[in-house]
Design a binder for this molecule. Structure first.
Ligand SMILES: NC(=O)c1ccc[n+]([C@@H]2O[C@H](COP(=O)([O-])OP(=O)(O)OC[C@H]3O[C@@H](n4cnc5c(N)ncnc54)[C@H](O)[C@@H]3O)[C@@H](O)[C@H]2O)c1
Length: 340
């Protein structure tokens, strides 16, 4: 049995992570940690054997864990991950990896030094549509993918309700760091994870009155990323914006075919040519509803620490992601393109 400890028992933990571990054989939740005792106590009945902690350092010092799963606000991710890795414990961590490049690099160093697995949640990589497209690309059916466009735009959807999501110190930013990390990663993953070389971004805060809490992060971010292989990616992320409808999409342009995955309506299309005619393929795929792709990511983490799979995510990809996000914020602040 692999012994798992959880750090942060809020919404994503109780809604997704714990139900995923409950379904996986060979794992046991032996310790739970949260600074909020009420939340911890609410889990007592469901996990009577788990020891409860309000301090993750104490948990990691007292328990013999195989892995921790970090589901705290963003600014705690790197602190908890580094502490666990230094104790020789494998780490699964929620996105975003960290709120600064310095912290993401320290996480990568701690993983390398310990020889343990550091995996950050990239649940969209586990959608059936992603798996299809990955195979389609591998078989050369899209040719070179030279450009992409992606986004997750909400008309009204500032998260938080008085919490940490809208506080720059704890969240690191708004929809760019919150939603961007999912979708930029998905686009880059499918485009072959080329090295980002320059970024240009703009951020805006125009809807503070629609938030129920203090807000000092952007509500809209637009930008552009260039890669070392000549490819580019256009991005947009909003929590509030005057648009027709909410969208979550990744569009790829390849020499032989293009594609559009749309996460909200679960529409997935490939645009290609057959017999000299433009055709649109609609693969007969039921893209996961709800949180099944998170569960698949957690299952992959467990397979990796059991030595049964090679990690699909590398800490270097995490550092590259945070470099992009940080540079987009810097570009928005300075008003010009940034070299990475
Ligand atoms: N992958 C996804 O689809 C997805 C979706 C939602 C949230 N998330 C990420 O999950 C993380 C948590 O989000 P949430 O919505 O569950 O937030 P939440 O506020 O509901 O839960 C966070 C929990 O962490 C606890 N906490 C804070 N500081 C702590 C500390 N030092 N030690 C232990 N516990 C501490 C809080 O008390 C709270 O219970 C965030 O990083 C967020 O970006 C990911």
């Amino acid at each position: 049995m692999l012994k798992i400890g959880i750090i942060g028992t809020g919404k994503i933990c109780q809604g997704v992570h714990l139900p995923a571990y409950d379904k996986i054989d060979d794992v046991e939740i032996v310790a739970l940690c949260d600074i909020d005792e009420k939340k911890l106590n609410s889990l007592k009945e469901k996990y009577p054997k788990a020891r409860l902690y309000t301090d993750f350092e104490e948990m990691l010092n007292k328990e013999e864990l195989d892995a921790v799963d970090i589901c705290t606000p963003n600014n705690i991710h790197s602190k908890a991950a580094i502490y666990a890795l230094n104790k020789g414990v494998n780490v699964m961590c929620e996105k975003p990896d960290a709120v600064s490049v310095v912290e993401a690099e320290k996480m990568k160093e701690a993983a390398e030094k310990s020889g343990k697995t550091l995996m950050v949640m990239r649940n969209n990589r586990y959608r059936p549509s992603t798996k299809f497209l990955q195979q389609y690309i591998k078989e050369g059916k899209m040719g070179e993918i030279y450009a992409g466009r992606c986004g997750w735009i909400r008309r009204r959807g500032i998260p938080g309700w008085g919490g940490w999501f809208t506080d720059k110190e704890q969240a690191g930013g708004g929809p760019l760091i919150d939603l961007g990390v999912h979708i930029i990663d998905l686009a880059m993953y499918l485009m072959g994870n080329a090295k980002p070389v320059t970024v240009s971004g703009c951020t805006y805060l125009k809807f503070p009155h629609t938030s129920y809490s203090k807000i000092d992060v952007e509500d809209l971010a637009m930008g552009f990323i260039r890669f070392d292989n000549g490819a580019c990616l256009q991005i947009e992320f909003s929590w509030a914006s005057n648009i027709a409808e909410d969208q979550m999409f990744v569009e790829l342009r390849g020499e032989k075919a293009g594609s559009r995955m749309s996460g909200i309506d679960r529409k997935f299309e490939v645009f290609t040519e057959e017999c000299g005619t433009n055709v649109c393929l609609r693969p007969d795929i039921d893209d996961y509803r709800g949180m099944q792709h998170h569960e698949a990511n957690i299952r992959h983490f467990i397979d990796v620490i059991k030595g049964e799979a090679e990690p699909d995510f590398t800490p270097e990809q995490g550092v590259n992601m945070v470099k992009i996000l940080e540079a987009l914020y810097k570009s928005a602040e300075l008003g010009h393109e940034i070299q990475l």
